[in-house]
Design a protein around this ligand. Structure first.
Ligand code: H79
Length: 458
């Protein structure tokens, strides 16, 4: 056992004791901030979800020693990269160009309001200083706690820091089942011991870096992870940070990559469609996570999405009442590719001009489709027209009267409201290649209008 691990292990006992002694205090806080559910766990209150709901746009960051190989984080272990090679990459991980201030500035310039970074992916590598393992950033030649530096900068620049934390951990000797190509015997592995390890690390993450916005769990699908463990984990995390938001991947209710949660008493505050835009849903909060290229972790010459793709995704997501968590994978040297930074900046520039039609809006009432999407706030509906097949777009009727109309993206529009429909015509010169946004002012709140289908003839 290394000296560091010895010190780490001897500290486990003290922390465990401290944890045993404080629950009454944390439970008290929990009751104030969250509503108690019949099954003894808590859900995050609407008030605590509000900052995230209104943010609409976050930056996802997948990073680790695997960037040295340019293959996928976690998944390439035992596939493209042999296990022994993968598990030793950290010894060469020295991202000297890492600059927390720069990363946070990039996030801010993109218009995102929160950052979710992989504190640990399925491969088990910890990008933070953990006393419970030597497989962490402090054992690399870099020896700097990336999370600590980011936390400081996020606080300084006013952006929420959040963690992606994988329940799957193919590196930990007690995690079961073993990952692909991993031939270590499993006879001595005790899964419960792994759960304790994970909880200890979550306590580090939730006590050493200030307030954390979201815990974004993943890798909940192995049969070793159960609903009972999920309930306990949810309550544990809430006990440490009562205001934190926790995604649905903490529990077993997720329905494949659509990320919706099936009927049942599952814990988790929001749904998580992956690499696809979620369907309009105003009852259950959701967030699409999507890569800016193809791979989550950095890959040389990966295919970058166009600005149009990115904006259409953001608009489609907002129009469905969701959030967008757009992912970048920094390079092994510690910087983010210039072309990705440029794309993010372009999104930020667009949001600076038209962000009022995205931030703090809700989705609908006109359901998103190939024509575009709509968002609303108070008495305003923002009609985002993304594709034109005709001079006029026909929307279904609404109970409210339209008392004024304008084009946020500049130019003119003619809006005709009749009993059967709303007809919007925008001349060629007023149409914009990314998104033409027509603002309808109603005689009452748009939030009360039930979602309605837009004919696909548009
Ligand atoms: O962190 C990102 C992904 O690494 C993680 N979730 C997002 C947020 C994720 N974990 N699992 N999955 C996504 C599903 C992965 C399926 C696949 Fe595969 C991985 C398809 C291709 C690579 C498994 C391995 C199936 C084929 C090869």
């Amino acid at each position: 056992m290394t000296r560091k691990l010895w010190i780490k292990r001897s500290l486990i006992f003290c922390s465990a004791l401290a944890l045993y002694l404080i629950p009454s205090c944390s439970q008290k806080q929990m009751r104030i901030s969250s509503s108690k559910q019949p099954h003894g766990y808590t859900r995050t209150s609407e008030q605590d979800m509000r900052w995230w709901r209104e943010s609409k746009f976050g930056l996802f960051i997948h990073w680790g020693p695997v960037s040295l190989k340019g293959t996928e984080i976690g998944w390439s272990r035992g596939r493209e990269v042999p296990v022994e090679v993968y598990d030793n990459l950290y010894k060469d991980f020295n991202p000297v160009k890492f600059n927390a201030a720069q990363w946070v500035s990039i996030a801010k310039a993109s218009g995102s309001k929160y950052i979710v970074i992989t504190s640990k992916h399925h491969d088990g590598f910890c990008i933070f200083d953990s006393r419970y393992t030597d497989y962490d950033i402090m054992s690399t030649p870099f020896k700097r706690d990336v999370i600590k530096e980011l936390a400081k900068e996020c606080k300084k620049q006013g952006i929420k820091l959040c963690f992606y934390h994988s329940i799957i951990d193919w590196h930990h000797p007690d995690y079961l089942p073993r990952g692909e190509g991993d031939n270590r015997p499993a006879d001595d592995a005790v899964f419960e011991r792994y759960v304790t390890y994970m909880k200890n690390q979550l306590r580090e993450l939730l006590t050493n870096y200030g307030p954390i916005g979201i815990l974004w769990f993943d890798g909940e699908w192995d049969p070793t992870w159960t609903h009972e463990q999920a309930e306990a984990l949810y309550a544990y995390v809430k006990g440490l940070q009562p205001h934190i938001i926790i995604n649905n991947r903490v529990d077993k209710g997720r329905e494949d990559m659509h990320g919706t949660t099936k009927e049942g008493n599952f814990v988790g505050d929001y749904d998580t469609p992956e690499q696809e835009i979620g369907k309009l849903n105003k009852d259950r909060p959701w967030e699409t996570c999507m890569t800016i290229c193809q791979q989550w972790a950095w890959k040389p010459n990966d295919q970058l999405k166009s600005l149009k793709d990115c904006i259409h995704t953001l608009v489609g997501v907002a129009g469905g009442d969701g959030n967008l968590l757009l992912n970048v994978g920094p390079m092994p040297g510690g910087s983010i590719e210039d072309r990705q930074v440029e794309r993010l900046k372009e999104m930020g520039d667009w949001l600076k001009k038209y962000g009022q039609s995205i931030y703090a809006t809700r989705g609908g009432p006109f359901k998103p489709g190939s024509w575009g999407a709509s968002t609303h706030r108070d008495n305003l509906i923002y009609v985002h027209i993304l594709n034109w097949s005709d001079d006029t777009i026909t929307l279904p009727p609404i109970p409210n009267k339209i008392i004024a109309a304008s084009v946020l993206t500049g130019g003119t529009a003619t809006v005709k409201q009749i009993k059967e429909s709303i007809e919007i015509s925008v001349p060629q010169t007023s149409r914009r290649p990314l998104d033409t946004i027509v603002v309808l002012r109603l005689d009452g709140p748009a939030g009360q209008i039930p979602p309605c289908d837009v004919s696909q003839l548009n």
